[in-house]
Design a protein around this ligand. Structure first.
Ligand SMILES: [Zn+2]
Length: 610
């Protein structure tokens, strides 16, 4: 990529009318020396986006800011070099030829590519005109029947490839070189080398496919009546590789940036229906399976992908492939959700029935990758049995092992472990409301049963939280307890994040004040959430005064034991997945186990002394 001298950049910046450039995307109103508008980079109702033609732009809401180059890069998702090219063309500043310009082969190939792109642009226009010509009447009728608005047809540059074998050849095929170019662009084909060429797309609705620069690089074509194949794509050419192209990505880019996410569907018409109904931003694979290149392309644009699949076996299979790709080489800050439509329905039917708002609700109700994984891998397994859980863990291992970031992999394993304790992920179990006996020492856990912690229909997390809650309730009512056991409490890891925050704040207060609870004040805690949390905790039943100390000691031990157990389970999952080369993890596991028994021993002694 050519590097441009600063003087040239300055010249372009000087010549560009920033107000005009920004004004193409943002409605601006003059206010003092600046112009104000709604920020294109975040959603807002009152303008905090300000432009000063001589200085640049700045958003006081989200902090976006910069010059003309930055604006183009941010709104279009392009690189600096591309922004320079575009603004140079806009301002009429000639750019020096790039470094490759001297290589004759490069020059020839670049020229050939340019010719193909120019031809495709002309053909796109030809198809568009054919749609509105008398011969395109049936195609227009078809699109109306499918419910597409004329604006959508226009905006998406849909066209019609006329019937017959020679429409393009007649129009663009004068001379051998022209026919060769049509062939190189994938627009005409032959039964065999040397035989007569004929048009590839005949009597079809055509969907132009664009690259990220907005060049038309190929077409998808759909039959209106019966016949095979229903959909036809351009063949692979110098400019068209369907595994690296997504339908609608170029037009969706701005909306992707604004929304921070993208919806991916499987076909042309699915995407068009959604766009037509105002569901944004949405892209489609070209009627083919998702590829790792598609995924890379999308990650360049966004951190969150919503995958939409039909609710049939084929959709489930495609979704699974997407999930495998999602985990493969997954980076932190990549998010996905899987949306499955009702069986037998496609996005078109659903959005026409439920509207954009209904579809948006479905999008936000998509399931997380880990839940999809559990649902799919848990098929045929009994989730109430340790063996079922272990089997699922084993099935999930190879998949999660693909996650490259070790921390992320660990987090997924943790989440999987937590999810596996939720019985309804599998066959339903009869709910039991009685409290599980919390102080029973766990049976020695064998490797074949790594996921034992579920207690008879109640999750460990729930039982755990109850003891954590009870502990906090005692402290809130009897602050002296905290002073007596401050050391121990400050080292005690709670599972519930909010209770943990509450405890931390209480301990800090206890160090600074005699009345850490701040009796008589309602807004004592640093946030309304914590205040609410404290109120919830205090809603629990009070313990009779003579039992307070005993209860407190019991809760403390219970929470302690469970935190040790939690840590040990996480280690075991790690050993299960990664193995333990130098036995460090196994040794740590044993130490935790001993510690657990020691703490439980206190409990037994305490109980005997009752
Ligand atoms: Zn902003």
């Amino acid at each position: 990529m050519a590097r441009y001298p600063d003087s040239l950049i300055d010249l372009i910046r000087e010549r560009i009318d920033l107000l005009e450039l920004v004004g193409r995307r943002v409605a601006l109103k003059k206010q003092g020396t600046a112009w104000l508008g709604l920020c294109p980079f975040h959603n807002e109702k009152t303008p905090s986006f300000s432009v000063r033609p001589d200085k640049g732009y700045k958003c006081f809401g989200c902090g976006a800011g910069g010059d003309a180059f930055k604006f183009l890069m941010q709104t279009k998702g392009i690189g600096f070099a591309e922004a320079v090219e575009e603004l140079a063309a806009m301002s009429g500043v000639p750019l020096p030829r790039d470094a490759h310009a001297e290589d004759p082969e490069m020059v020839r190939r670049a020229e050939h590519r340019r010719q193909i792109l120019a031809l495709l642009a002309e053909v796109r226009e030809f198809y568009q005109k054919s749609l509105s010509a008398p011969g395109g009447q049936r195609a227009r009728h078809y699109l109306t029947q499918r419910g597409l608005k004329p604006e959508t047809v226009q905006q998406e540059k849909l066209g019609y490839a006329p019937a017959g074998w020679n429409a393009l050849l007649d129009r663009f095929g004068g001379g051998e070189a022209a026919v060769e170019l049509l062939e190189a662009a994938g627009l005409v084909t032959r039964k065999a080398a040397g035989e007569r060429p004929y048009d590839r797309f005949r009597d079809r609705i055509v969907f132009p496919i664009h690259d990220l620069k907005g060049h038309c690089v190929g077409f998808g074509g759909r039959l209106m009546g019966p016949g095979e194949p229903k959909y036809l794509n351009s063949p692979e050419t110098d400019v068209f590789q369907k595994g690296k192209l997504l339908y609608g990505l170029e037009t969706a880019r701005e909306a992707i940036r604004k929304e921070g996410s993208v919806l991916v569907v499987e076909g042309y018409m699915d995407r068009l229906s959604l766009v037509d109904q105002g569901v944004l931003p949405v892209v489609a694979t070209l009627g083919t399976a998702m590829t790792p290149d598609h995924l890379r392309l999308l990650w360049q644009q966004t951190r969150k992908i919503h995958f939409c699949f039909d609710g049939d076996a084929a959709g489930e299979k495609a979704a699974w492939k997407a999930l495998e790709m999602f985990f493969d080489g997954l980076e932190s800050d990549h998010h996905a959700a899987f949306l499955f439509l009702p069986p037998g329905e496609d996005p078109d039917q659903v959005v026409r029935r439920e509207g954009a708002a209904g579809f948006a609700r479905r999008i936000s109700g998509g399931i997380a990758p880990i839940d999809f994984l559990i649902r799919r891998l848990g098929e045929g397994l009994n989730g109430t049995e340790p063996e079922g859980r272990a089997a699922l863990m084993h099935r999930a291992k190879p998949l999660l092992a693909k996650v490259k970031d070790p921390l992320l992999r660990e987090l997924y394993l943790q989440t999987l472990g937590q999810r596996l304790q939720i019985p309804h992920a599998f066959a339903p179990v009869s709910p039991r409301v009685d409290d599980p006996a919390p102080y029973v020492a766990p049976r020695p856990t064998r490797r074949s049963q790594p996921l034992r912690p579920v207690v008879a229909g109640r999750t460990l997390a729930a039982a755990q939280r109850n003891h954590e809650q009870a502990l906090l309730a005692l402290i809130l009512r009897h602050p002296r307890l905290m002073r007596e056991r401050e050391e121990e409490l400050s080292r005690l890891p709670l599972e519930n994040a909010q209770l943990s925050a509450l405890l931390t704040e209480l301990i800090e207060r206890a160090r600074a004040s005699d009345d850490p609870i701040g009796h008589g004040t309602t807004e004592w805690f640093s946030s309304p959430e914590l205040t609410r949390c404290a109120q919830e905790v205090l809603a629990a039943e009070e313990v009779s005064p003579e039992l307070v100390d005993q209860e407190f000691a019991g809760c403390l031990i219970s929470v302690h034991v469970k935190s040790l157990r939690r840590e040990r389970m996480q280690l075991m999952r790690r050993i299960d997945l990664e193995g333990d080369g130098d036995h460090a993890l196994t040794i740590r596991c044993r130490a935790l186990k001993l510690e657990e028994q020691r703490v439980l021993g206190q409990k037994i002694i305490r109980d005997e002394g009752r």
